[in-house]
Ligand binder design. Sequence first.
Ligand code: SAM
Length: 274
Amino acid sequence: MADLPPLREVIARHGLSASKALGQNFLFDEQLLDRIAAIPGDLAGKKVLEVGPGPGGLTRALLRAGAEVTAIEMDSRCLPALAELGEAFPGKLKVIQGDALKLDHAEIMGGEPFAVLSNLPYNVGTALFVRWLGGESWPPLWTSLTLMFQQEVAQRIAATPDNSAYGRLGVLAQWRSAAKMAMKVHRSAFTPPPKVMSAIVHVEPREMPEGVSARMLERLTEAAFGQRRKMLRQSLKGVPGAVEALEQVGIDSQRRAETLSVDDFVKLARILSA
Ligand code: SAM
């Protein structure tokens, strides 16, 4: 195993002061990083896409776990530190400088299956999450997503009905995937510490229900949760056929969106996708 210098030393030597504009909050605790890298299971010999490696804390944990890592980092200041890490694990780390929101991940990964692990700025993380889980093509090329979020967003992703956190994000994450809150991470684990607590979400794709258009499901949840305090017969008015579909599947139109299960939304979307 390569003998690596402590992360704080790497950061000091490369002058990597955390940039607020880039949403940089670094993790230095190597035991914690190893635990995060273990969440998807055995990564030995597996391809991993890491978005936002920064100085490479999680990256080194992934490499220690035996993964073949491709990392996308926007901040060019981090490249020398990542190059050093690549030298310690020859042939196992490829770094691409760029904006992960603008790149084609499947192409970068050579069209082969890959696990995603990432500690990203929260706004970028949510945008990528919605992109990874959306679209008509399923199963995706990614085999799992292991992502750090604000705890409140993580709760929304894993929420079940009749919970105030349950909404579009939960339905999106659960209708053809299994999503769980894998680990809470205290704000003091980061340098500098963010204002709020964080949590890691782990998502694995499941079989997609037949006859359901992803776009229709998104349209339905957008309408239903866009006016979440209203009865469904009101909030779904703008989606042609939706109020009638409620009756067909036996859902009382006086109910509100947050009382419907993910499966209820799937049944409605199936009728409207036909
Ligand atoms: N993974 C490191 C860790 O855990 O210590 C760094 C985490 S820091 C919260 C987020 C990293 O994502 C920063 O290094 C930042 O430069 C990078 N980043 C921000 N926006 C990005 C984007 N759109 N594409 C790629 N990297 C991005």
